[in-house]
Design a protein around this ligand. Structure first.
Ligand SMILES: Cc1cc2nc3c(=O)[nH]c(=O)nc-3n(C[C@H](O)[C@H](O)[C@H](O)COP(=O)(O)OP(=O)(O)OC[C@H]3O[C@@H](n4cnc5c(N)ncnc54)[C@H](O)[C@@H]3O)c2cc1C
Length: 449
């Protein structure tokens, strides 16, 4: 964590959205000596039960951990709360399983953490600072970003209030109201893409002894080609199970019989774990949620407003990087505040000019990884390439970092991870062509002799 310089000017910052990224950014800024007011639409998450429809747990990896370390929370979250997952455990149709380690060389893991727990820990940490105020049940309804003015509706009293700030930071998620205000400005590029697949969360409860029903330190995957189911462990020894598949498939499962038939056919080993009654109840209690990717730029309006996290770059969840990338936004901003001695105009200009290259890259990688998780992992060609990557990584740990490792276990810019992979593909192709060429020449030579 960089500390504020002596001559830094303290700003009045309003953060819209007290989710994961907004709560973290508030901490970074108060630690630098700025005054922060955080406005959140929902009730204080610390007083409310888990909301259905948001992922209950998330995979935390190195980029997110770096940010938590900066604000003094890494050890607590990772050691006291996180559950390490060292490998994917693949469930075949017949119920047998095999493992694909995330990092065969040094056995690093990603960590399953509870969304509510992490969000609460971030909010609680900021309670320690006098220069932060938090307002829950406040919905942003109107914004004039150039003037630095915002209008919030107090959802409990229905009163509207006006707020002024030196800097407005929109961390209000994939359907950001701050971003909507930015879209009215000229030269703002924006695109959003829904994939045809949705997700629905189910649960494998703990067993009668309160223990895990499956081996805990894995991310379990049931890859089924065009769709898949995954499970991440929870602190209470239950599993959050997420079924990802086309909306049309969900629509077909419109009766208990059809649902059970489908599970018998594709996920038979999960039925006794979830329990038939619970499976039916949970499945029909919710409806599948959509998955959206958002790409936009620039992320700022002069020195007055900025968007971060999902508000700036919502990605599909298949690389487990949405939150990690949002946390990385906050780290990068902090480094720039330090570099420019808290000159916000310079920080926002450089951040906005440079950051999009990496967020666009992780957005594309996340879409690709869905195909890898639901389909490619079952193919011999995938496993051969993975084995080859792991072997060369073992031989050349600095030069040859496989794509998944660079994204998950390093802070290499996402765009560089992609370039690296492209370079590796070229090297492997040239090597195979050269070996093939030599083999052909040797064969022809041998035959002629
Ligand atoms: C199924 C699923 C699984 C995922 N798994 C992972 C994973 O394993 N690893 C990972 O890194 N990421 C994962 N993600 C992505 C991750 O959830 C997001 O990237 C992360 O939550 C983004 O945080 P955020 O704070 O930017 O946005 P959000 O978490 O959406 O928070 C935005 C906040 O703003 C508030 N808000 C919205 N509108 C207003 C308004 N008008 N006024 C005031 N407040 C407002 C909301 O109430 C909310 O609290 C997953 C996502 C999904 C859907």
């Amino acid at each position: 964590m960089n500390m504020p310089n002596g001559n830094a000017k303290s700003m009045d910052v309003v953060i819209v959205g007290g989710g994961l990224v907004g709560s973290l950014e508030a901490l970074y800024l108060v630690k630098r000596g700025h005054r922060v007011r955080l406005y959140e639409y929902r009730e204080d998450i610390r007083n409310t039960p888990q909301i259905r429809g948001r992922s209950i747990n998330l995979a935390l990896s190195v980029r997110g951990r770096r940010a938590l370390k900066d604000v003094g929370l890494e050890e607590h979250i990772v050691k006291d709360h996180g559950i390490p997952m060292y490998a994917r455990k693949i469930h075949r149709l017949d119920g047998s399983t095999y493992e694909i380690p995330y990092d065969a060389r040094t056995n690093q893991s990603i960590f399953s953490v509870g969304r509510n727990y992490l969000n609460s820990a971030l909010l609680k940490e900021s309670d320690k600072y006098k220069n932060v105020e938090k307002y829950f049940n406040h919905k942003l309804v109107e914004a004039n970003l150039k003037r630095g003015s915002l209008q919030f509706l107090k959802t409990d009293t229905k009163e509207t209030i006006e707020v002024q700030a030196d800097l407005i930071i929109g961390a209000d998620g994939a359907f950001s109201a701050v971003r909507r205000a930015m879209m009215k400005e000229p030269l703002f590029d924006y695109s959003q893409t829904y994939i045809e697949h949705g997700y629905l969360e189910l649960c494998i409860p703990s067993d009668q002894n309160g223990s895990f029903q499956m081996p805990a330190n894995y991310l379990h995957i049931w890859p089924r080609g065009n769709f898949m189911m995954i499970a991440l462990p929870n602190q209470d020894c239950s599993w959050t199970v997420t079924l990802f598949m086309p909306f049309s498939y969900f629509k077909n499962l419109d009766s208990e019989e059809r649902l059970m038939e489908f599970f018998q056919q594709y996920f038979p080993d999960s039925i006794p774990l979830i329990g038939k009654k619970k499976l039916i109840e949970d499945f029909f209690a919710g409806s599948p949620s959509p998955l959206v990717s958002v790409k936009c730029r620039p992320y700022n309006i002069s020195e007055k407003a900025l968007i971060i996290g999902d508000a700036a770059h919502a990605v599909v969840p298949f690389y487990g990087q949405g939150m990690n990338a949002g946390f990385e936004d906050c780290t990068i901003l902090d480094r720039m505040f330090q570099k420019y001695d808290d000159d916000v105009a310079k920080v926002l200009e450089e951040y906005s000019r440079t950051r999009w290259v990496d967020t666009f890259a992780i957005s594309d990688l996340a879409v690709y990884n869905y195909i890898e998780m639901r389909d490619l992992v079952t193919r011999p060609s995938y496993r051969l390439r993975k084995a080859l990557d792991d072997f060369i990584f073992w031989l050349l740990p600095v030069t040859w970092v496989p794509l998944y490792n660079s994204v998950t276990f390093s802070t290499m810019p996402y765009s560089q991870c992609v370039k690296n992979r492209e370079w590796q593909n070229k090297v492997l192709l040239s090597t195979f062509l050269a070996i093939g060429g030599m083999f052909t020449i040797a064969t022809v030579y041998g035959l002629r002799k």
